[in-house]
Design a protein around this ligand. Structure first.
Ligand code: NAD
Length: 464
């Protein structure tokens, strides 16, 4: 794709107010592939005004018509599937097969689900002698990260549109080209001018201006817990709605009765996918002491298949690579046993980190507590179920997790006691309608499905 040198505001590409740009780098070969305008508060203000002006008309559009526009948006994205996959590969570094199968495909499922939900959602219900109306919150400021660049945009914009809200998007600075493609698709889908607007730029400048703008009614943020905390504070000060999808340190709990080989193989695949840059990755593998060494050997074998530059891509940036290597060094320094990978760069060019497995990790170690956001798995030993539960729940996070057991009911009983927002039972499949979001410091609110739609609605009751 050819990068736009402006912002998408009010249904057209307009020049930015400032002249600053920032580079987009291909993490696989470290080459600059484009320059994109660095938006300022003035660009954000213009975008919020356009979204505000478009809001009454879009909110008054019949849900079936909004559904038709979302379906058209889905079709526009589907028509550009190859271009999307290539763009994600160019700016995120994901292997093309992953970009096709996940980055360009999952957003279509999500857009589809909201085309259906927009048409079927009960925007009006009777409660005793009242009629309760579900009305759009207003103008949404959406701030997204880079790790699933299109999915995270669609997971916010599609439900916002379904609800009748208008949107200003500030995408991550590493992946603005995918966001520009999305803006083109909204234009092709015939969304009315101003319903969707895009401002590219740096987080502390454009992102902060969007979060602080008084014309924004809801800030929907996905990213790090550190930035989420600040955005929550800003939103609290202004008494405006906020949704936060933050970090994670999820547990893959393998109960003694489980099919160990399957649980370990799927667990390793879950972390290695997207080079470990997945907020819901099961980066802590919990194994009973009796089967511990067997699991460690299985994990070492499984991870060997992830050859850097082939099946596993680089990290998004040199900074992320530095951060992840720092965690690997820390794991070694704190006494964990390295059974695969390590801090050395596996390839000379590109921001690659070797797929890494640590054994003898104790629950208190830094690598068992902090989000690493790289291809690093920690295998932790437990003595009994109570111990496993204490370890699984023993971090500040609670985003996702997995439980494996011979008997589904046994796994479900354990999952019910986990302090986390989503649990896969014996390798459960992705469901675009299942609410996704965090307990504890993993966030506030939910995305996807009807629960995700309700984040963009506020209720009004009429009494008769
Ligand atoms: P980040 O918090 O640095 O950036 C996320 C977004 O916020 C970017 O668009 C960035 O430009 C913007 N931003 C940065 N500073 C800002 C500020 N002061 N004000 C407003 N906006 C600002 O996170 P990242 O490094 O891009 O992403 C990695 C993190 O995101 C990880 O911690 C990961 O777990 C988390 N994540 C969570 C989910 C989830 O659904 N829970 C999904 C993906 C990623």
């Amino acid at each position: 794709m050819i990068a736009h040198d402006g912002m998408y505001i009010g249904g057209e590409w307009r020049p930015a107010y400032g002249t600053d740009t920032f580079p987009v780098v291909n993490p696989a070969d470290e080459q600059v592939i484009a320059h994109v305008p660095a938006g300022t508060a003035a660009d954000v203000d213009a975008a919020v005004r356009a979204a505000r002006a478009a809001f009454p008309g879009w909110a008054a559009t019949a849900p079936a018509d909004r559904a038709a526009r979302i379906a058209a948006l889905r079709d526009a994205l589907a028509a550009r599937k190859d271009e999307i996959a290539e763009t994600v590969t160019a700016e995120l570094g994901a292997p093309l097969a992953l970009s096709r199968a996940v980055h360009a495909s999952v957003p279509l499922l999500v857009a589809d689900s909201y085309a259906e939900l927009a048409a079927s959602y009960p925007f009006e219900e009777k409660v005793g002698n009242s009629t309760v109306l579900a009305e759009p919150v207003g103008v949404v400021g959406a701030i997204t990260p880079w790790n699933y660049p299109l999915h995270q945009i669609v997971a916010k914009v599609a439900p916002a549109l379904a609800a009748g809200c208008t949107v200003v998007l500030k995408p991550a600075e590493y992946t603005p080209l995918t966001a520009q493609l999305f803006a083109e698709a909204t234009q092709e889908a015939g969304l009315p001018a101003g319903v969707f607007n895009l401002v590219t730029g740096l987080g502390p400048v454009a992102g902060q201006a969007l979060a602080e703008h008084p014309g924004v009614d809801l800030v929907s943020f996905t990213g790090s817990t550190a930035v989420g905390r600040r955005i929550g504070a800003v939103a609290g000060g202004a008494v405006k709605r906020v949704a936060l999808e933050l970090g994670g340190k999820s547990a893959n709990v393998i109960l003694p009765s489980a099919d160990l080989a399957r649980a370990v193989n799927v667990g390793i695949a879950n972390v290695m996918s997207n080079s470990g840059q997945t907020c819901s990755a099961w980066t802590r593998m919990l194994v009973h002491t009796d089967r511990y060494e067997e699991a460690v050997a299985l994990a070492a074998t499984a991870v060997a298949k992830y050859v850097p530059g082939e099946r596993i891509g680089p990290l998004v940036s040199a900074e992320q690579r530095q951060r992840v290597r720092g965690y690997i060094d820390k794991g070694v320094a704190e006494g964990a046993r390295l059974v695969a990978g390590g801090p050395e760069a596996p390839l000379e060019t590109g921001f690659y980190v070797a797929p890494t497995v640590f054994a003898d990790v104790t629950p208190e170690m830094t690598i068992a507590q902090e989000e690493i956001f790289g291809p690093v798995v920690s295998i932790i030993r437990y003595e009994d179920e109570a111990d496993a539960l204490r370890i699984a729940n023993g971090t500040v996070y609670g985003l996702a997790g997995a439980v494996w057991a011979a008997d589904e009911a046994e796994a479900v009983a354990f999952a019910r006691r986990m302090d986390t927002g989503q649990v896969d039972i014996n390798g459960g499949r992705f469901n675009p309608l299942a609410p996704f979001g965090g307990y504890k410091q993993s966030g506030v609110g939910r995305e996807l499905g009807a629960h995700g739609l309700s984040e963009y609605l506020q209720t009004k009751s009429l009494q008769f």
